[in-house]
Design a protein around this ligand. Structure first.
Ligand SMILES: Nc1ncnc2c1ncn2[C@@H]1O[C@H](COP(=O)(O)OP(=O)(O)OP(=O)(O)O)[C@@H](O)[C@H]1O
Ligand SMILES: [Mg+2]
Length: 461
């Protein structure tokens, strides 16, 4: 490097330092986050133009005023173009927390979201209020997408963003001189606080996959959620009490089984296959499971998923402490057909059918207990079907679905629970007659329940 070149480099460096000081000590404290970004964009641009002018004198005849006007006119564009360049000059650092990071659910995101939502004080201008069922008090949450926080004298700026493809993100900006505090104790504090808020709320959510189209006309499959408020519990489930206890202790054993699963080297997940005629309480039992465990339900609609890769992406994006449900698995897909298709390749119709339903049995099995099953812990899988016989043996063989639960017609033990729930009856003169009738006839708990929903005397029912 020649002497002049060395001097030029030194000049650049001192200029960069000057800009950093200007941005950090004057612009940001005076104008806040937005103007700081705009300001730093313009300052950076001016710097680049000036450097270019020095190297190409006479060719860049643009005045500062012209440049400023153009810059203001093209702010969004300039912001995009100069973000990378300016990150280099800016004294601020940013950390992004996306909801789905590398296809996986990001637990830090939901904790941060909870923490930010709870930063309510009299200075906040935009709030949202809600009331939960059975509660007298109102809950308030922050409803603005920008939150300024302070921790041990350090200022931190948060921004919550939602993208057109449905992905969400929290972004944090802080001065680089506070790197240690922010990445160390502050973020740990935020995540822990957020998790304890989540714990206190203990809200069970119901999530559904719904295909949506993004701006590039690509179809995306994403989870959208609502609060789950189903009143069903195991107490109100009408079924054989012995079987009920067995299922409940199996579930609770699973919930407390982290150490056990680690010891035996198995992924911490469990599969239940619920089968039985319509109206025998399969869906009701899923609700009771969710309420018992305080797990969220992911209601997976296989028919709206394009292929195995999409299925994997959706399953990876589920959080732990959840129940992944595929209802009516025999109807959701032609899961049993795959083998037949192989045997009878000449049948064009079957081939077409196979193409249409690109989620295959093997794709699903792969996720249940293949190598993919280790991606994600503390998950329960529940399949329901009305026709056990229609399912592929590969799907129902022992060890794949850990527990097969048959829900069947209403017998006397189940009837007593329904009579207690609906009519508050422990015994009645007609109970003896009903017992023998229920042994002879096949009537579903749904039908019995329907008949018990009368306002008249129990005898009528
Ligand atoms: N075992 C049961 N205990 C208590 N209530 C029940 C039971 N079975 C059915 N019911 C009542 O009947 C209604 C229908 O039951 P549910 O939807 O759970 O049946 P299902 O087995 O899922 O039927 P399908 O196969 O048609 O989906 C529910 O609203 C529930 O109140
Ligand atoms: Mg059902």
């Amino acid at each position: 490097m020649s002497q002049t070149e060395v001097r030029k480099v030194q000049k650049h460096k001192s200029k960069r330092n000057l800009i950093e000081i200007f941005m950090g000590s004057i612009v940001k404290p005076m104008f806040g986050d937005n103007l700081t970004t705009i300001g730093s964009n313009i300052a950076g641009l001016l710097f680049i133009i000036e450097t270019l002018r020095r190297y190409f004198p006479g060719q860049l005849k643009i005045t500062i005023q012209e440049l400023l006007i153009q810059a203001i006119q093209r702010l969004p564009f300039l912001k995009k173009c100069s973000d990378k360049t300016l990150a280099f000059f800016s004294p601020y650092a940013q950390i992004r927390f996306r909801e789905i990071e590398e296809y996986r659910y990001n637990y830090a995101y939901s904790a941060i979201k909870n923490y930010l939502g709870a930063q309510v004080n009299s200075q906040v201008k935009s709030l949202k209020g809600s009331q939960m069922r059975g509660r007298k008090s109102l809950d308030f949450k922050r409803d603005d997408d920008k939150v300024e926080d302070e921790y041990e004298g350090v200022k931190i700026w948060w921004e919550i963003q939602k993208f057109s493809d449905g992905n969400k993100m929290c972004r944090l900006t802080f001065h680089r001189s506070n790197w240690e505090i922010v990445t160390g104790s502050y973020l740990r504090y935020v995540v822990e606080e957020g998790k304890s808020i989540e714990e206190k709320k203990k809200k069970v959510r119901l999530l559904m996959n719904n295909p949506s189209t993004n701006w590039r006309m690509q179809t995306m499959n994403l989870w959208s959620s609502i609060e789950f408020e189903h009143p069903a519990t195991f107490d109100t489930m009408a079924m054989d009490p012995k079987k009920k206890d067995e299922i409940m202790s199996d579930l609770l054993g699973f919930r407390d089984g982290e150490e056990y699963y680690k010891k035996i080297g198995k992924a911490w997940k469990r599969g239940y296959l619920l089968h039985g005629p319509p109206g025998t309480g399969k869906s009701t039992m899923i609700a009771a499971m969710a309420n018992l465990m305080s797990y969220s339900i992911y209601d997976l609609e296989l028919t709206s998923i394009g292929n195995n890769w999409e299925l994997k992406k959706l399953l990876l994006a589920t959080s732990s402490k959840s129940i992944i449900v595929i209802e009516d698995i025999d109807c959701s897909l032609d899961l049993t057909g795959e083998r037949e298709v192989k045997e009878d390749e000449s049948s064009a119709e079957k081939k077409k059918e196979k193409k249409k339903n690109a989620v295959t049995l093997s794709g699903l099995l792969n996720f249940i207990d293949g190598i993919w099953s280790a991606c994600g812990q503390e998950r329960i899988l529940v399949f329901t079907t009305n026709h056990l016989g229609k399912l592929d043996q590969a799907l129902i063989r022992r060890g794949r679905m850990d527990m097969h639960i048959e829900l069947s017609y209403c017998r006397f033990e189940a009837f007593k629970i329904l009579a207690k729930n609906y009519l508050n009856l422990d015994s009645h003169v007609l109970f003896g007659k009903i017992e023998s009738l229920l042994e002879e006839t096949n009537i579903t708990p749904a039908d019995v329940a329907e008949n018990l929903m009368v306002k008249d005397a129990p005898t009528v029912a």
